[in-house]
Design a protein around this ligand. Structure first.
Ligand code: WTA
Length: 655
């Protein structure tokens, strides 16, 4: 991680970013919010801190238990068991309990297909019926509690139905993002020993058809554990069906009853596995269990999105990543909220699609990723100007740090200056949001995820585990277990201990750098592995990138270090443009701009203009690959999570 010239790794970082703007929630928003003031927040936080078990006990009572738990927490670091001895079912919490409470006719889901005009609505009662039919089909195939089922589907209602159907029978789902290749499917099937794959003939993406079934067929050559393939007819494209193995979804559910009792699962029974890439090596199957995860997803959704009965919640994430698990599916549905799902690309058929959907469907809450926001900025105002976005009352972001420039744009253009923004920091591993403003309480600062949620006890330490000073950057750790935490890496408990619990003994190492300012606000500074080390100063990627993005010509920026004889590392940046002409003049302008914004130390040595940046399917810039390009090295290591495989070639061509 460190270049030869760098000082001993202390984990400490210098911060060079200054952001003083403060946006308190409006009195009107606060008045109607669940948590209405910082005093309320502090009281709840203190409650959770002083009596954590009592705190979680009170909230957990709201889940539908078939057998009550006997203990709230059994903590044998790094292994946590929450709600010990209890039995419940995640699909019952998301569906049956609402129907039983008389809310069966409430809209559970509004779905908008990518092809114009395709739309479906499902009430809670209808969603429950569909889940029961699918669950019945899985049972008919012999799938039972504890079996792993891979799901490789487009963002259709059936994707959510498949997840909940697995949960209903106690099968463990492993959702594989529909943009992944057959190798990625095969690796995940093998690691998890999946017994079945639920897929579709194809999926729509920007008007073309993804060959989902074909990819599954190719993967299954290497997946001997898979005995059944269930195929949803979505696009109608031709596919080959292997007799005895493959069955159409509609045939499977055709004669299934629309009710079926949920299987009572132990609190700690695995609910799902979700694979996420490590910085090196093979993807890790992050394991989440039933009750603690569900409680975390639900409670954090209620707190952070301030959910109300009349909300329509649009989280734009795909269920192929954790945000789609926690804030498309389990969190909002367990809270009884109506969700909005859109199947396709934000620029299909044109760059105004999201705003057409807002105008037509009138969501009240919109939750997306900074990478999407930067695209909207780049696409320009003409796609937004004439749309009515007044239904929105709350905006959120997740997945990366949001550059202050993009935050302000989001606030003004999408939020009409009236919607609070919740910048939510969390990870696949944490199961749900860990740090975020509470929209009715927390005054926000652009670029800061503000403060920990109740029950979350963060600390920033150096590599010896000592707390760093206020304003200084260091490693972000968690000092206490929380209900939504991962329980392990599937099949590799040693890697779990090693990755998350060994470097700072007894504490959960998130793998991110952060600092806390004098007001107690947290600022995420990027991944530990991405730190730049310039002349002995450890700098964060996000600060340099935010300085660049604040220039009107710049759409996106990625900063990486490359070896430098004198300075240890030189600053290399990759920039995509909104406007202006790539060339020496602009390079000089950008250098001056960075010097002016954050100082001489961070001035880029190399500026590369790029047409695209390499990103993961969830929109995170893969700085690891850019480091290789900046240093003129061949790319080694895993590139299977790249969203667009042609990007690396393009980048080398851009040089
Ligand atoms: C980054 C996504 C800054 C961070 C839910 C984290 C963020 C990783 C933020 C997890 C944020 C996520 N500000 N950085 N608000 N949210 N990250 O597992 O580096 O896909 O460790 O989970 O994304 O990514 P993952």
């Amino acid at each position: 991680m460190n270049s030869p010239n760098s000082p001993a790794p202390s984990g400490r970082l210098s911060s060079i970013m200054q952001e003083d703007r403060l946006f308190p929630p409006s009195a009107e928003f606060s008045k109607r919010a669940r948590i209405q003031s910082m005093e309320d927040y502090r009281r709840i936080y203190a409650d959770a801190m002083e009596h954590p078990e009592k705190f979680w006990d009170n909230l957990a009572k709201l889940l539908p238990w078939t057998t009550p738990y006997t203990r709230v927490l059994d903590w044998q670091p790094p292994c946590a068991s929450w709600f010990v001895g209890g039995r419940t079912n995640a699909s019952a919490a998301c569906l049956d309990q609402h129907v039983a409470a008389g809310r069966g006719d409430k809209r559970a889901m509004v779905w908008v297909g990518e092809p114009i005009g395709e739309r479906r609505e499902l009430t809670y009662r209808e969603l429950l019926a569909e889940v029961c039919m699918c669950a019945g089909g899985l049972v008919k195939l012999g799938i039972k509690a504890g079996d792993v089922v891979s799901i490789y589907m487009p963002m259709t209602p059936e994707l959510v139905i498949a997840m909940l159907a697995c949960a209903r029978i106690g099968a463990v789902h492993s959702v594989i993002f529909g943009g992944f290749s057959s190798e990625a499917i095969a690796d995940r099937n093998e690691d998890a020993q999946a017994v079945a794959v639920i897929t579709a003939d194809g999926g729509w993406r920007r008007g073309s058809q993804l060959p989902l079934k074909k990819n599954v067929d190719d993967a299954l050559v290497r997946s001997p554990s898979v005995k059944h393939v269930i195929v949803l007819k979505r696009t109608g494209q031709p596919v080959s069906m292997t007799p005895g193995r493959d069955i159409w979804w509609h045939d499977l559910v055709a004669d299934m009853p629309d009710s079926m009792a949920p299987v009572a699962m132990d609190s700690e029974a695995p609910l799902f596995i979700l694979y996420t890439s490590g910085s090196t090596g093979k993807p890790k199957g992050i394991e989440h269990t039933t009750a603690g995860y569900l409680l975390w997803a639900k409670t954090t959704a209620e707190w952070v999105f301030d959910l109300r009965d009349d909300d329509l919640f649009w989280c734009t994430a795909d269920c192929g990543w954790i945000t789609g698990h926690s804030y498309v599916t389990y969190g909002p549905l367990a809270a009884g909220t109506s969700i909005l799902i859109y199947e396709g690309a934000p620029n299909a058929p044109n760059e105004g699609r999201f705003w057409d959907i807002v105008e037509q469907e009138k969501p009240t809450i919109f939750y997306t990723a900074p990478t999407a926001i930067r695209s909207f900025m780049k696409w320009g105002m003409s796609h937004i100007e004439n749309r009515d976005l007044s239904s929105l009352r709350l905006l959120g972001t997740v997945g990366e740090g949001i550059n202050p420039e993009a935050w302000i744009w989001y606030h003004e253009v999408i939020g009409g200056k009236r919607c609070p923004i919740v910048d939510t920091w969390w990870q696949t591993e944490t199961g749900g949001i860990m740090m975020s403003p509470l929209p009715g309480a927390t005054p926000t600062k652009p670029g800061s995820c503000t403060m920990p949620l109740p029950g979350v006890v963060p600390e920033i330490v150096d590599s010896e585990g000592n707390p760093v000073d206020t304003g200084e950057g260091g490693w972000l750790v968690m000092k206490q277990p929380w209900p939504g935490m991962l329980r392990g890496i599937w099949g590799d408990q040693e890697r779990y201990r090693e990755t998350y619990w060994s470097k700072v003994p007894g504490k959960y190492l998130a793998g991110d750098n952060a600092r806390q300012d004098a007001d107690g606000y947290y600022w995420i500074m990027g991944r530990i592995d991405d730190v730049l080390n310039v002349a002995g100063h450890r700098l964060s990627t996000i600060e340099i990138e935010s300085a660049l993005v604040s220039h009107p010509c710049v759409a996106e920026a990625a900063a990486v270090g490359r070896p430098h004889d004198v300075k240890g590392e030189a600053v290399a940046v990759f920039v995509t443009l909104r406007s202006g002409e790539a060339g020496e003049v602009l390079k000089e302008t950008l250098r001056k701009h960075v010097r002016h914004q954050i100082g001489a130390l961070a001035v880029p040595d190399d500026i590369h203009f790029a047409s695209v940046l390499p990103k993961t399917r969830s929109g995170k810039i893969m700085r690891r690959l850019l480091r290789d390009i900046a240093a003129g090295r061949e790319t080694v290591g895993d590139t299977t999570t790249l969203e667009d495989y042609t990007v690396l070639a393009k980048l080398r061509d851009d040089e």
